[in-house]
Design a protein around this ligand. Sequence first.
Ligand code: CMC
Length: 431
Amino acid sequence: MADTPKTATLTIDGQSYDLPIYSPTAGPDVIDIRKLYGQAGVFTYDPGFTSTASCDSTITFIDGDKGELLHRGYPIDQLAEKSHYLEVCYLLLYGALPTAQELENFENMVTRHTMIHEQMHNFFRGFRRDAHPMATMVGVVGAMSAFYHDSTDPSDARQREIASHRLIAKMPTIAAMAYKYSIGQPFVYPRNDLDYASNFLHMCFAVPAEEYVVDPILSRAMDRIFTLHADHEQNASTSTVRLASSSGANPFACIAAGIACLWGPAHGGANQACLEMLKEIGSVDRIPEFIARAKDKNDPFRLMGFGHRVYKNFDPRAKVMKQSADEVLDLLGVEDNPVLQVAKELEAAALADPYFAEKKLFPNVDFYSGIILEAMGFPTSMFTPIFAVSRTVGWISQWKEQLGDPQMKIGRPRQLYLGDTARDYTDIENR
Ligand code: CMC
């Protein structure tokens, strides 16, 4: 953080406190309140961290008003167009685009770690067949710390590196196995001759009884979904990973915590919730009814796939995803897909409605990703696991950055306590 002559002055009961202001390379200035409690004896109050920077970071930047997302400075639309997922992984992890040799070495490294310990197959078999694949993933990723003891020490740089490669490499295998287990099909081992996205599709859709050839258009669309979800600043699951890691927890436990947080419908679960909503709407003529419900203050219903905490403009990922959705649906010959019809009409209706315009609610990435995944043949329950596969690199990059930060402290928020003050215990017969 650069030293800055700028300060903010806070006055409480006539007493003034000067607070340093830091200027970032992009985004709003940040007021440093770390000494405030020591000096003034007050806390700040910010439930949901709407105005609080929890760390400094050099990885990802979002300009929500412009609708811009940068990974290490590169716009996401350029990366989605010109790069591919494993190159973006390298960029996020190491801060620069790789040379051809660096990329080859990195891809070889990740590819050589794609299998999971054979004993872990038994672990999968302990789950009910109808378990949600996210539940299985939380359990299996957490269990990795019981299988890979040589990469659990976050204070050891070499162990951190091995854990990073293992997680990026094994996450597609774990997600595919969770899926195969849920539909009663045999696990399909990874194939190291395939690229990252094709290998994932192969593990999900191949069966031992016949050959499965991955279509390059579907593989490209899968790779784009991975790329577009790779990282996203200090969102809820990333902050969860950082908070878990701040206690010194091992990387597999931290990533399992991130997966658990991602599962919620306000975060990574939104793509599943969005597709379920589109199916519930069912036909274009029911759209006005659902728009009215979304606007009704007394109805908890929200348009899933719309709105974002940070983007108050079109989500740049949604633009690319929409293009991919068209390509995939053209290929699969499902132009008449009723879900897509509803999606397109709903998008147009919401964008034309003053309620959504005034509140700056635009379609987000989940609005289109679900349509693509459904067209590919994934059940809705696999949408969030696929988000988890993609986001693993973001979690790990942020986790590595945090561990290298000399200012790192255990995360320990304060509170505005509104409960009872001290009172004496009453014996049960006197209550
Ligand atoms: N449909 C209808 N109204 C909405 C919606 C929506 N999808 N989203 C926000 N609003 C309204 C909300 O009722 C509130 O109105 P008012 O000011 O009158 O009370 C206003 O817009 C602001 O909403 P908020 O909940 O204070 O905003 P937030 O920044 O806390 O919420 C959000 C962001 C993503 C949780 C929310 O927009 C939402 O629930 N969207 C639907 C779920 C969704 O698509 N989530 C995926 C997010 S993108 C993937 C990811 O990065 O994880």
